[in-house]
Design a protein around this ligand. Sequence first.
Ligand SMILES: Cc1cc2nc3c(=O)[nH]c(=O)nc-3n(C[C@H](O)[C@H](O)[C@H](O)COP(=O)(O)OP(=O)(O)OC[C@H]3O[C@@H](n4cnc5c(N)ncnc54)[C@H](O)[C@@H]3O)c2cc1C
Length: 399
Amino acid sequence: MSKNVIVIGGSFAGMTAAIEIKQHLKNAVNILVIDKRNEFIFNPSLIWVPFGLRNKKDISFELEPVFTSKGVNFKQAEVIRIDLENRTVLSNDNTCETFDYLIIATGAKLNYDAIAGLNPKLGFAQSIFSFDDAVEAGKAFDKFVQNPGPVVIGAVQGASCFGAAYEFLFNIVYQLKKHKIDKVAPVTFVTAEPYVAHLGLGGFGMARQMCEFMFKQAHIKLECDAEYKEITANKIELIDGRIIPFSYAMLTPAYLGVDPVRALTDIVDNNGFVKINDYYQTLNYNNVFACGVAISLPAPQMTKVPCAVPKTGYLSEEMAKVVAHNVIACIENKPLKAKKPGEIDAKCIMDAGNNGIIMTSDHFLEPRQHAWLIPGPEAHYAKLAFEKYFLTTHKHGIV
Ligand SMILES: Cc1cc2nc3c(=O)[nH]c(=O)nc-3n(C[C@H](O)[C@H](O)[C@H](O)COP(=O)(O)OP(=O)(O)OC[C@H]3O[C@@H](n4cnc5c(N)ncnc54)[C@H](O)[C@@H]3O)c2cc1C
């Protein structure tokens, strides 16, 4: 009898896992992907939305046709309860599905409530961490250009997506120059990291030296070890008393596990991310797997102000491939594959407007044999090319 696999979340991790399993097992498996959205958004391009360089149709596609073409069932609904004992998933359309294997690929919830004034809906600081917020960040930028002043880009305590903050920083610097307002819009980067380009990873090759050089060249002021206390209409107050004024700010929030996953207290960490073994199985249920941003990945080193580990798109997809392999192995009674997230290789492009850095290493986390950084304009063109390649392939279910 064919096995029922449910995948919650149809984005980078969920799409990869679902399609890989279906392609291998064909009729031996029924796969259902449940996602509250029926659209895939290519998050790496959100950095360009506020500057009018991308709109929604440039960076998104519908999920259902992709899954249907691959023989995977898709349901647009929000999962509201997961019962691991009884192997059921309840959605907000009041349907309850049963699984033999479950893959949690739900990403994260943006934790705006952790800091007073951080929520972009309040209109103080902007966010690019969802498409709609990036559009609002663009409207605020257009107003700011008419009446420029100090700019703050930052990452709050517990943040993990530092790469996006740096990309947005260098892109806004580029835009300020283009609008000829760079002289009246000094830029400060206010980050929880202990030093520039720590990235929640304890650094990455020569990234610190390269970013120090880029900050100097672009006259970007740096405030590290920043623990945010409150954001108001035109200033940021840090716990240690530092006050940083701004006319335009974009801040990176910390992440939490999504509500129905955070509720699974016996398998998640304090932030609601799923604790896994080296096979990506949850600790108490070996038929329940997790991958992507939804997993718990402890920081490799303590920092004065908490910084979380970034779980990038490439890493999320590579984790999903291991999960797919292991679900197939369970069904076919074959040995499982172990691969710690930190042992997966890293591939990343940091865009800087008309410039950037290509980053690659053998291991995502230390110890690494190599961590190479290639700076220059080719990085910008590589990101443009990768965006097109990714969207074209994934739109056709090629993961
Ligand atoms: C602004 C920005 C820039 C980035 N830039 C880069 C970059 O340049 N390079 C890079 O590698 N990575 C980048 N990332 C990170 C990358 O986007 C993530 O690594 C990737 O999205 C993780 O994929 P995921 O599938 O684990 O989670 P997500 O992409 O977050 O997907 C989770 C899915 O689960 C669904 N879901 C959540 N809860 C429920 C529920 N209860 N019921 C049903 N469905 C649910 C969501 O709708 C979503 O589709 C960036 C992220 C952001 C926000």
